[in-house]
Every structure is written in C-alpha cells, then in structure tokens.
Design a protein around this ligand. Structure first.
Ligand SMILES: Nc1nc2c(ncn2[C@@H]2O[C@H](COP(=O)(O)OP(=O)(O)OP(=O)(O)O)[C@@H](O)[C@H]2O)c(=O)[nH]1
Length: 208
C-alpha cells in the first residue's frame, strides 16, 4: 500500500510538570483544550508513562507525519534517559510564562538534551500560557534572549486560546525538513518504533 506521508519526524516535548505540554499536544493534534488537570505523572502507579500523538501536516508541499511524544516534568528530569531521546528529530522545550522556576529549569533541560539527544537535533523554546498576561512572571524579551543565545526558534503560545500552537509545530517541522533533506536527500530520515514500543504504544502508554 502506498505511504500516506513523505516524512515521519519524531518530536519530544520536555519541560517542568504543569507547564502545559500535554495541552499543547492536544491543541495541535486534536484542536481541543481541557482545563481539568490530570498530570502525566500518576504517583506510584505509572512513574514513567510516556504517550504520543500523531498528526500529518503539509510542509513545503510534502506530507509530514509528526509523532509527538509527551512526558511528565521536573520530578523526573534526572531519570529521562537516552531511550526517550532516541530517534528524536525535534525537541520542544516548554516553560510557563507565569512560573519563573519553569523558565530557570529550561537550562537544566537543555543540559539534558546535550547529554542524551543526538547532536544537531532541532530545538525550539515555547513560553506557554500567554493568555494569562496578568500573572506573567517571565518577560517575552527574556524568552527571546534565551532562544537567541542558543540559536533556536521561540514562540509564546497558549494551548488554551490557541495562540501560535500550529505555527510553532509547523515551524519546527520545516526546520527539520530543511536539515534532513540537505543531509540525506529527498528520502529524508524515518523513525521506526521497535516492536516493544509498538506493543506498548498500542495501549497509548509507553513505559521506558
Ligand atoms: N491558562 C492556560 N492554562 C493552560 C495552558 N496550557 C495548559 N494549561 C493548564 O495548565 C495545567 C497543566 O497542563 P498540562 O498540559 O497537563 O501540563 P504538563 O506540562 O503536560 O504537565 P505534566 O503532565 O505534569 O508534565 C492544566 O490545568 C491546564 O489546563 C494555557 O495555554 N493557558
């Protein structure tokens, strides 16, 4: 059967717990938002439950299938291993503009990427929850500066009000497409799930 896409890119979202990673994925993939907070961390039950969603988009006339992985936050950033980063072609770092600590921790997440992800992986910084301006603790300029210092794309987003969500994912996909097509020609690169990952993903929850 003919493939329904030209490229398959694995993306990861990382950042502290509660910054809105799951909501951003749901807004992008399903165009939906639910304000009921159920942390990806289920204490004592599924300490490393990792989930993904897929969405196929059009980039530069190509069908790009994005496999977007979600994980829980800060409690576990020391335990996120190379296994989670394996095959990632784009990493989205997320902080909450109303939570200074989540912004400070971006440095730790960047360190974790350096230690675990493949070099050259495309990165992007998102300051989420920009709909709650009244509670802002991190200026837009601070986010822009951090992204500029690391040479990565930056957006302020709102999963709730649907601000810059599609733009950011598409922007990152475009960066990856540019990088991989330069490197490996029109066929690009594919991420294949291992059989264990496939089995676990079927239950929508991958334990690493
Ligand atoms: N106002 C506002 N609230 C948001 C936004 N995005 C997420 N939230 C809220 O923030 C809380 C946490 O969102 P999640 O998407 O579960 O955060 P997470 O980063 O996936 O958290 P973990 O699963 O614990 O890692 C929820 O109550 C959401 O409703 C946003 O853009 N604006």
């Amino acid at each position: 059967m003919a493939k329904k896409y030209d490229f398959l890119f694995k993306l990861l979202l990382i950042g502290d717990s509660g910054v809105g990673k799951t909501c951003l994925i749901i807004r992008f993939a399903d165009d939906n938002f639910n304000s009921t907070y159920i942390s990806t961390i289920v204490p004592g039950v599924l300490p490393s439950c990792i989930d993904f969603k897929v969405k196929t988009i059009d980039v530069e006339g190509k069908k790009v299938k994005l496999q977007i992985w979600d994980t829980a936050g800060q409690e576990r950033f020391k335990t996120i291993t190379t296994a989670y980063y394996r095959g990632a072609m784009g990493i989205i770092l997320v902080y909450d503009i109303t939570d200074e600590k989540s912004f400070e921790n971006i440095q730790n997440w960047m360190k974790s990427i350096k230690e675990n992800a493949s070099s050259g992986v495309n990165q992007m910084l998102l300051g989420n929850k920009c709909d709650i301006e009244a509670k802002r603790k991190v200026s837009k300029e601070a986010g822009e500066k951090l992204a500029k210092d690391h040479g990565i794309r930056f957006f302020e987003t709102s999963a709730k009000s649907s601000i810059n969500v599609e733009e950011s994912f598409i922007g990152l996909a475009r960066d990856i497409l540019l990088r991989t097509s330069k490197k490996s020609g029109p066929a690009g690169r594919e991420v294949k799930l291992t059989s264990t990952e496939k089995k676990k993903a079927a239950s929508k929850c991958v334990l690493l």
